[in-house]
Structures are given as C-alpha cells and as structure tokens.
Write a new protein. Structure first.
Length: 507
C-alpha cells in the first residue's frame, strides 16, 4: 500500500492537484473566518448565539460540502493553469548547462558538475512553481473582480461591514470597469494555458497525452455546465490516473512491476478509460438527481375535473415584481426611459388602477390577489400565518384562482426567487411550485455560501456556462438575478399542451 501511494505521489500532476486542492480548502476556510458575521438579510442574529450549538450539525454538514467543493473546483482550475508551465518541462540535458570548474589536472570535477546541474534544476523548478501560483492567484482575482462588478450586492457585507476600507475599490470597479474586461483577461489566460500545453503535446507527438488532455478539458467544461461537482471530480481522477499509468508503472496482484510492453500499456489505458467513463456517467446521472443540491423545490398535484382544449382558451401569465410601486413606473409618471420595458408592455395592455392590497406585505398581498378577498376574510394577515389561517386560502369562504383554474383543466404553475418563499408554505392550488423553501438547512447553507467570496464567482457564472452547483444559490436574497430561474419558467411553458396559468415572481 505504501509503495502504491509512493508511485501516485511520484507523478507531478497528482502532487500539483493535491496542492491546489489544499489551496482551495484553505481559501474556503480563510474566507469563512474573515467574512462571517451574525447578520442575515439585514437582521442581527447575535442575540441567538446561544442557539449555535443546536444548528452545529447542519453547519458542519453544509460546510464540509462547500469545503470539498472549493477543493475540487480550485484543484481542477489549478491543473489547467499549470499545464502551460509544469506540463511543458523538457527532459534535462547536460548540454544545456555551462561546464564550469575543472580540477587541478584539467579534468572535469564530476561532483561539482552534478551539484551545479542539480542546483540549476531546483532553481528552474522553483521559478516554474512560482509562475504557476502567480497565474492562479491572478486568475482567481480577475474572476472575483468580474463577479463584484456584475453582482455588487452579493458582496455588500464584505465591503461595508467586514472590510469597509475596501469599499472605494468596489466603487472604482462598478463605476469605471466593464465586467467583460476582467472576464476576458481571465478566460484569455485559461485559454492560453490550454492551447500552449496542447501545442506542446502535438509537437512532442504525444498523441495519447494530447487526447486525454483534450478529453479532460471537454469533460470539465461539460460538467461545469451541468453543475456537477461529482462529475468534475470524476474527470479529474480520470485525467490523473491516465497520467500515472502513462508513465509506466502498473499494479500487479502481488507486487508492482514495471511495464515493458507498449501494447500492454495501451490496454491498461483503455481499461482505465472504460472504468473512468463509467464513473463519469454515474456522476452525471447523479448530478441530474440533485447531488449537492441544498434547496429542493416543491411540487403538488391538484385533481383536474375537466380537460380543456388549447383552442379558444387563453393562456394566463402573471409577471410580477417584489416591492415595485405603481407611481414609480415611467408610464405612470409620464417619463420616458425610466422603465422602458414595462412602459412598452403597458401600451398594449389593460391597466387596472384600483387594485389595492389590504396589508402591504408579500404573503397577504398575494392572498388578496389570488383570492379576490381582503385579508380579514381569507385570513392571511402577516408573513408567518399559522395553519388555521393558511387553510383559509381554500376554505369555505374563499378559493384561490389557481385552484379554480386547475379544476377547469388549466395547468397551474409558479416559478419564483427568494421573494416567493410564501408559495411552498401554503396550499395556493398550484399544481407545481418551483420556489425556495427557507428552513434551517437552506438558511445555513446560504449563510455559509455568502462568506465564500472567491468561490462564488465560479458558482454564479464568472466562468461562462455554469450550472447550478448548489440549489441554495437561486434563493440568495442578495443575488437578484432572474436568469437563474428563467429557464424553469421557459421549460414549463414549452412542454404544456393545454392552457396554462403561470405566475413568474423574479427578484
């Protein structure tokens, strides 16, 4: 077992990946310590510190996931960035060194020459590692700058509560730097590293190495688009295993032997490819079922009494916004350009000016809208109604519009961001509810993720095409990006055959 570990660690790529994995874990731990507080959604939770021990198991479970995720993602990025430097090292040739000191009789001092060569090799290796880590640091910093410019509200606590002296840097980025500039530089660095290593492998006619490297890059970006941490880990293991077995040692049943037959080496690589591909397919299938997902959505089925045809029956789509006052919109004030998209929609719409909510809070306001009744009739009078009040939404006195339309044959859905956490907490009559549910587990996961300022850029899309690594991110109150939930809306609309009643409630 010790010899097997020794062989694995002898491979430079394995050692390098472990270093970057450790760096990722260190970054996660450092940001947790330096960017944590007892404030959540603007509420000071310091008076509840005594309850911390009760949520400690949830905290440890969620943070260990995030800690591992940080190591996996930064480890894979480090492998790609280091390929241009450490992956292109040539074999050391004595011809490349200056033959220095001679002995008194004019003969070359072998001992002096060996020490001279060894010293130069160590210096060159140290410089290569230094370049790699500087490249990695610059890349991570540029991704962070892009994310700060694109989602400044996501880092509000970091700049205004934790390190307020840095807020001028925030103002500089958001006022003067376009988000595409740091993104283009970072992606340019990554692309240059990948291309440089690929060209080197082609030049050396290392076709097996080239194929495995290209496949590794493809799988990384594919699993990144799927948001599968398990897939990225599987692809990394596949690539590192190929590098280990490509060198020459393989594992025999009893002892470690050195491979002498090239064809046998290829057989081992093919078997390795089959095993790792199976593992990757398994990882992909698991990622589609919500591995590492922290905020599940809720789905309900309401009995349908009538099947309506799509012909002649209107579809109903409610587009809503949280905390948007009527008198602050352009068409209401007569100001062009203030809310251009809403104004354009208003020109082709019927505008209702006499719809008022009895209580200006999200839960009661939606209850007023969907029942057509005031709060003292349907029973919802605050943000946290009890079971009896929630049952009043579809009681003897009032019925919700989704419930009525479901019985008439409509497909009823709601898709919402964090503001729509009210929909999973009561029976509104929707057949499917796609909205975050804020219980202790979700809130704990979100609070931990918000501290990870260098991991968040990867999770929120600073590397293009990012999938949903953690379901809790779409429920971030500070994210404010409806593009995270828009695919859920469009997917639901495309697959409907009959008439639909859909509510879209973005941030």
């Amino acid at each position: 077992m010790l010899k097997m570990v020794t062989i694995l660690l002898a491979e430079k790529s394995v050692r390098l990946y472990l270093r970057f994995f450790a760096i990722g874990v260190g970054i996660s731990f450092a940001t947790l310590i330096l960017n944590s507080s007892f404030r959540f959604m603007g509420v000071d939770l310091s008076e509840f510190k005594s309850l911390f021990l009760s949520i400690l198991p949830l905290f440890l479970k969620d943070y260990i996931q995030i800690l591992i995720a940080s190591g996996i993602l930064f480890g894979a990025i480090g492998l790609l960035l280091s390929s241009a430097q450490l992956g292109n090292e040539k074999e050391v040739s004595t011809d490349s060194f200056f033959i220095g000191p001679l002995s008194e009789d004019g003969a070359l001092s072998v001992q002096g020459f060996d020490s001279f060569v060894k010293k130069n090799i160590e210096v060159e290796k140290e410089n290569s590692y230094r370049k790699v880590f500087w490249t990695f640091g610059v890349f991570v910093f540029l991704l962070w700058c892009h994310s700060v410019i694109f989602y400044p509200q996501l880092y509000g606590e970091f700049f205004f509560y934790r390190f307020s002296f840095l807020r001028f840097f925030l103002f500089f980025l958001t006022d003067w730097v376009s988000p595409w500039i740091p993104s283009a530089i970072a992606l340019g660095i990554l692309g240059a590293c990948i291309v440089k290593h690929s060209v080197f492998l082609i030049f050396k006619r290392n076709w097996f190495g080239f194929i495995f490297f290209v496949l590794f890059c493809f799988l990384l970006f594919w699993f990144h688009s799927c948001g599968s941490l398990l897939g990225i880990l599987s692809a990394t293991i596949f690539y590192l295993s190929a590098r280990v077995f490509e060198s020459s040692p393989i594992f025999d049943l009893i002892r470690i032997v050195t491979l002498k037959n090239v064809s046998r080496n290829r057989i081992v690589l093919v078997l390795l490819f089959i095993i790792c591909t199976s593992l990757i397919c398994f990882a992909f299938s698991k990622s589609r079922f919500g591995v590492f997902t922290l905020a599940p959505s809720r789905s309900e089925k309401v009995p349908e009494n009538i099947a309506l045809s799509a012909e002649g029956v209107p579809n109903i789509l409610i587009l809503s916004a949280d905390s948007l006052r009527y008198d602050k919109m352009g068409y209401a004030q007569g100001k062009e350009g203030l809310t251009p998209h809403i104004d354009l929609l208003a020109k082709d719409s019927v505008i209702f000016q006499d719809h008022h909510t009895t209580i200006p809070r999200t839960f009661p306001a939606w209850a007023d809208l969907l029942t057509g009744q005031p709060s003292f009739i349907h029973g919802i009078q605050d943000m946290f109604p009890d079971i009896k009040d929630r049952e009043g939404l579809n009681g003897n006195v009032s019925k919700t519009l989704p419930n009525i339309l479901s019985q008439l044959g409509y497909k009823t859905h709601v898709v919402s961001s964090f503001a729509g956490d009210i929909f999973p907490r009561a029976d509104w009559g929707f057949q499917s509810v796609n909205a975050p549910m804020f219980h202790a587990e979700t809130l704990t996961a979100q609070r931990i993720l918000e501290t990870q300022i260098f991991l968040l850029p990867i999770l929120t899309g600073s590397i293009p095409g990012a999938g949903e690594y953690f379901g809790a991110i779409r429920g971030f109150p500070s994210l404010g990006d409806d593009s995270k939930i828009l695919p859920d809306l469009l997917a639901g609309l495309k697959k409907e055959e009959g008439p639909f009643f859909t509510v879209f409630f973005p941030p």
